[in-house]
Write a protein that binds this ligand. Structure first.
Ligand SMILES: [Ca+2]
Ligand SMILES: [Ca+2]
Ligand SMILES: [Ca+2]
Length: 218
C-alpha cells in the first residue's frame, strides 16, 4: 500500500485534470433579461466542449448541446441563457468575445438542478439547489449566486453559495434590466490550486495512511 498509493494517485489525478477543472461558477434562475448559468474552465489548459451538454433536474446527457462553445481557454467563463445571446450580451454589457449560447428551454425553477456532462455523457459538475427545499441555497431571483469559496465549487452544496452583491469579489454589477451578477468571468479562475496544493493533498493522504497503519498495529 505504501508504494502503491503514490502510483494510484498519479494515475487518478493526471488524466482527470482537463475536464474535472470545468465548474459551474454562477447561476440565476429568474430575472433580468433571462435566467443563465455560467461554466468556467478553472484548469491550466483549454478544454474542448465538442459533445458536451447541459440539462436541468432530469439529469440527461445530450439535452442541450454545448459543442458551439468550442475550445474554452484556461480561465474562460462561458454562459447559457434562455434568451438569445445578443440580447443577453447587451443587457450585461458583454463584449462579443464572451461566449454565450442562448435559447435553451429547460427553464430553471426556484428549486432545480444544473448538470454539466462531457462528450462521453459523464457528469462533470452538478449543483442541486432550492431555497424552499432541503437542498437549500440562495434564491437567485434578479441576483445570481456564486460559490462562497473555492472548496464549494464542484461540491454540490448550494448552501455554500452566496448571492451577488455590488462591490463583491466577483465584481458584480447591475445589468440594464436591473439584475445583479457577473456573467462572463469568475474570480476563482485566478485561484486555481497550484502544484503545492497537490503536495499538501498528498501529504494529507500520507498522514491518513500513517493513522491507518498505527490502527492496524494497535
Ligand atoms: Ca427560470
Ligand atoms: Ca427544471
Ligand atoms: Ca461569473
Amino acid at each position: 500500500m505504501k508504494k502503491l498509493l503514490p502510483l494510484l494517485l498519479a494515475a487518478v489525478l493526471a488524466p482527470q485534470v482537463a475536464q474535472a477543472d470545468v465548474r459551474i461558477t454562477e447561476w440565476m434562475y429568474s430575472g433580468g433579461s433571462g435566467e443563465f448559468v455560467e461554466f468556467t474552465n478553472l484548469g491550466s489548459s483549454a478544454v474542448d466542449f465538442s459533445g458536451w451538454s447541459y440539462d436541468d433536474d432530469s439529469q440527461l446527457a445530450g439535452v442541450f448541446d454545448l459543442s458551439a462553445f468550442g475550445l474554452v481557454a484556461a480561465g474562460e467563463s462561458v454562459i447559457i441563457t434562455e434568451i438569445d445571446a445578443a440580447t443577453f450580451r447587451m443587457d450585461w454589457s458583454l463584449a462579443s468575445s464572451v461566449k454565450v449560447l442562448g435559447g435553451y428551454t429547460n427553464n430553471l425553477g426556484r428549486a432545480d438542478e444544473i448538470n454539466l456532462f462531457n462528450a462521453g455523457g459523464t457528469l462533470v459538475d452538478r449543483l442541486t439547489y432550492g431555497d424552499n427545499v432541503a437542498a437549500g441555497g440562495p434564491r437567485t431571483q434578479n441576483a445570481s449566486a456564486n460559490a462562497g469559496s473555492f472548496a464549494a465549487l464542484g461540491a454540490n452544496s448550494a448552501t455554500s453559495w452566496v448571492l451577488s452583491a455590488a462591490g463583491d469579489a466577483e465584481g458584480s454589477y447591475v445589468s440594464l434590466s436591473g439584475a445583479l451578477g457577473n456573467p462572463g468571468s469568475s474570480a476563482f479562475a485566478a485561484a486555481v490550486p497550484e502544484p503545492e496544493s497537490y503536495a499538501m493533498l498528498l501529504a494529507g493522504l500520507g498522514l491518513l495512511g500513517g493513522i491507518a497503519r498505527r490502527r492496524q498495529r494497535a
